[in-house]
Ligand binder design. Structure first.
Ligand code: AMP
Ligand code: GLY
Length: 423
């Protein structure tokens, strides 16, 4: 079979790696892809939002299955357009991807179906939002309704800061139309866990847990990023937590979407906060997390294509989803200055080292070819991932491997997985 993957990050590289292992796959394409994905796939320079070109490309190459990795095209309705052209596609349709595309929608859904989450109010009128803040408790959390590259969340400790935040989101439109509506919600404390799951519209099967590190600097300081590193599994995701989430969150979300006439097929990413009152949903994403996918997918025993097809066909209940009984850690190598401004086009050395070691992966997040040479092409450049028998070993392996690669202005956090020591 011929598979097309849409996206260009470390997540898509991890998906391509799993797809290449499938016995059912003869040829992989990727739009637009990157220099690492090119090892497995023929990459074509078509942007993820160029829907007409993607559909035409899929037809021309007689693609049997498209896997859409990224949030923007999912929320924009790429799956609907591919399906309308008769092309089998993995990912939620537009009316289901709204679970990620609109935070106001997802909060209302959780309220209506009694899924545990932070208390909140939605606002389309900035004056009403400002008035609401006058009697609110602090800290408080402001969220732009739409997609904002993971940056549309502001945690405000004072009334003044929160008022400024409302102005930033709704009046200055710092996150564009994503700020036409906003959610103001209660601040929660606790540990964060990410749980990814496969969903076929009715059945949900969760994958192994993971934890992301969103802030740019060591000790969770600095700006929010797309993610600076991950580990899997999370030692805080106990059997007890899992049982609670199975009972009140996972199936409840899938059933709620179905009841709303928006059956969800694809990957639901549950961002959870383990609060003193029990686990609550921080956010939903309608796709694999990045870099969560980089520690979860290499540990999956199943053939990814079989699972993906079961989601499309509604036969996920027949799949026995299995993960290795080990651990993985991913350390993101970024360009100094990320997420604000950074240089691109810097030559990367040492990538060949990964071919010599089993259980080590170098997923490319922002790279491209400059002639024969692979160079940096983004803020997050590489996701260096290593497995180990346990989290400590995986972390030591990942940090050792992070030294194999060199490029000018290489930057990484040094405390990915530090929470492991507190478990
Ligand atoms: P989100 O994009 O909704 O996951 O928010 C990004 C990050 O902001 C989360 O990973 C949390 O660290 C933090 N955050 C979001 N909502 C809350 C909340 N209600 N209470 C505390 N922290 C939050
Ligand atoms: N790592 C968080 C995300 O993919 O949204």
């Amino acid at each position: 079979m011929k598979v097309l993957i849409v996206g260009s990050g470390g997540r898509e590289h991890a998906i391509a790696y799993c797809t290449a292992k499938s016995k059912r796959v003869d040829k992989i394409y990727c739009t637009p892809g990157n220099a690492g994905i090119a090892e497995y796939a023929e990459c074509a320079p078509i942007g993820a939002m160029e829907f007409d070109k993607i559909v035409a490309f899929a037809k021309e190459k007689e693609i049997d299955l498209v896997i859409v990795g990224m949030d923007d095209p999912l929320v924009g309705g790429l799956v609907d357009e591919l399906e309308a052209a008769g092309i089998r596609t993995f990912g939620p349709r537009k009316n289901a991807a709204i679970l990620e595309g609109s935070k106001a929608f997802s909060k209302d859904l959780m309220k209506k179906y009694h899924i545990p989450t932070a208390g909140y109010e939605n606002f389309t009128d900035p004056d009403k939002a400002l008035a609401y803040l006058e009697t609110a408790k602090f800290p408080i959390v402001l969220k732009a309704d739409g997609l904002a590259l993971g940056k549309g969340v502001l945690i405000c400790t004072t009334l003044e800061e929160a008022k400024e935040g409302v102005r930033t989101i709704m009046l200055d439109k710092k996150f564009g139309d994503a700020g036409n509506e906003m959610v103001i919600e209660e601040f929660m404390t606790g540990r964060e866990v990410s749980v990814l799951s496969f969903v076929d519209g009715s059945t949900i099967k969760t994958m192994t847990s993971a934890q992301d590190h969103k802030r740019a600097g060591d000790g969770d300081t600095g700006l929010n990023t797309g993610g600076m590193g991950t580990f899997s599994p999370s030692p805080f995701y106990t059997k007890e937590v899992e049982e609670f989430c199975c009972k009140y969150i996972y199936q409840a979300t899938v059933d709620a979407m179905k009841a709303e006439g928006r059956p969800f097929k694809g990957v639901i990413f549950f961002g959870l906060m383990l609060t003193e009152e029990g686990p609550k949903v921080l956010e939903y994403n309608a796709r694999f997390g990045d870099p969560e996918a980089q520690v979860v997918l290499p540990r999956m025993k199943n053939d990814i294509i079989e699972v993906v097809e079961a989601c499309i066909d509604g036969t996920l209940d027949k799949v026995d989803l299995q993960f290795e009984d080990n651990a993985a850690v991913c350390v993101v190598l970024a360009s100094e200055g990320y997420p604000v401004s950074y240089e691109k086009g810097l030559p990367i050395r040492g990538l060949e080292e990964f071919e010599k070691h089993e259980g080590y992966y170098c997923f490319h997040a922002g790279t491209r070819f400059d002639g024969e040479q692979i160079v940096t092409n983004g803020g997050r450049v590489l996701g260096v991932t290593a497995k180990g028998r346990d989290l400590k070993e995986a972390r030591a392996n990942a940090y050792a491997a992070a030294e194999w690669v060199e490029f000018d202005n290489k930057y990484m956090r040094h405390d990915i997985g530090k929470a492991i020591d507190e478990a």
